[in-house]
Structures are given as C-alpha cells and as structure tokens.
Design a protein around this ligand. Structure first.
Ligand SMILES: N[C@@H](CCC(=O)N[C@@H](CS)C(=O)NCC(=O)O)C(=O)O
Length: 199
C-alpha cells in the first residue's frame, strides 16, 4: 500500500516553502494542507512544538524542515539534493539560510506586537544579523552551479525571498553576485509556484 503523506504547511512560511519545493523537485506526491498554525490545536498530537512545516507519513510525524527535506530526498528516485561529496557544506549553508529565515520571522513577530511590548533593541539585533548574514553569503557562498540543484540553493533562495517579503529588498543593491544568481533562480517553476501569499 502506498504511504499517505500529508504536509501541514502555512501560506508563507519560508521553512515550509523549502519542503514544498523539495517535494516538487523530487517528485514526491503528497497532500499539502495549508493551516493557520496559531489555531492548529490538532497539530499537537503530531508535533508538541506546534510548528509548520510538519510532515505526517501514515502514523509517523517528521518534524523540522531539514528532516522533512532529507526524508523526501531519501524516498525519491531523482538526483539527491544532498550529494555526499559536499554534504557538510550543504548542511551548514542550509543552516545559515534557516538562521536568516528565523531572524526575519522573529523581527516580524516583534514588529507586530503592541508598542508597549515591543523591543527596539531586539528588532535592531535581528536587522543587524539579517544584513550581516546576507553579506556573509555574498562573500563566502558561491555554489552558483546551475547544472546540479542542491538543498543550500533552495534554502538560500527561500530565505532571501522571505527577507524581501517581510523586511525589504535593499540587500539586492549591495550584494550583486548573490542578487544576480537569485534573480535567475526566481525564474524556476518551483520558485514561481510557491510564492509566499497572505493568509
Ligand atoms: N526549525 C523549524 C522552524 C519552523 C518555524 O519556525 N515555523 C513557524 C512558521 S514560519 C511556526 O510554525 N511558528 C509557529 C509558532 O511559533 O507558534 C523548521 O525548520 O521547520
């Protein structure tokens, strides 16, 4: 019997976007359910952290976007997004992209708090981290290989696009190599079909 795979996702989660793109690229059929994670009590029985993305395979819950992407990659017959030769580089760069997503998300959550609860210090710390991380990627990451798709490329593109969506696109003028690669990467079908949307 075929596995039933359900991806609980949000309308604009960059972590969720990574997993959805992985399912598209690796041609894994799954049912995507777009939920409002802040009202998703039912998710607790699968994932007590109550975060999206969460993948449920029959009765097995796979938690955290990196584990989900690895799982989808493992059950696919397509070329791996995690080639052994560059495995640790890919994992570390993906973690840096995850950190960028996290900072943009944390900043956004702080911005929408009532003024009396908002910390400008915290917002500033996230903005400094966002700028520093993108400029680090400009200077240190150069996996612009268009002939072999890897997970770090997907994660970095999702993180940069989320930065534009929730913060701004100023990074594009100062980080020219990254921006050139990113502009081309955005043209891929899997990027176009997974654009963040409002709830
Ligand atoms: N490390 C997790 C992070 C996922 C995450 O932060 N998801 C956010 C949405 S983008 C979430 O579910 N937040 C709900 C909450 O914080 O209550 C992953 O990579 O999957």
């Amino acid at each position: 019997m075929q596995d039933q795979i359900i991806l609980y996702n949000g309308p604009n989660s960059p972590f969720g976007r990574k997993t959805k793109i992985t399912s598209l690229v690796q041609e894994i059929k799954l049912e995507e359910k777009i939920i409002n994670v802040y009202e998703a009590d039912f998710l607790d029985k699968h994932n007590p952290i109550r975060k999206i993305p969460t993948l449920v395979v029959n009765k097995l819950a796979i938690i955290d976007s990196d584990n989900i992407c690895l799982y989808l990659d493992t059950i696919s017959k397509k070329n791996t997004l995690f080639p052994k030769k560059k495995y640790w580089e890919i994992m570390s760069m993906t973690s840096i992209a995850n950190g960028l997503m996290e900072s943009v998300l944390e900043r956004r959550m702080e911005m929408i708090r009532p003024d009396s609860e908002k910390s400008n210090n915290f917002i500033n710390k996230q903005e400094v981290r966002i700028t520093r991380t993108i400029s680090w990627l400009e200077n240190n990451w150069n996996n612009y290989n268009d002939s072999y798709l890897t997970m770090d490329q997907i994660a970095i593109a999702c993180a940069l696009d989320y930065t534009i969506y929730r913060f701004n696109d100023k990074w594009r003028t100062h980080n020219t190599k990254l921006n050139k690669w990113f502009s081309n990467f955005l043209e891929k079908d899997f990027m176009k079909s997974t654009l963040p949307r409002e709830k």
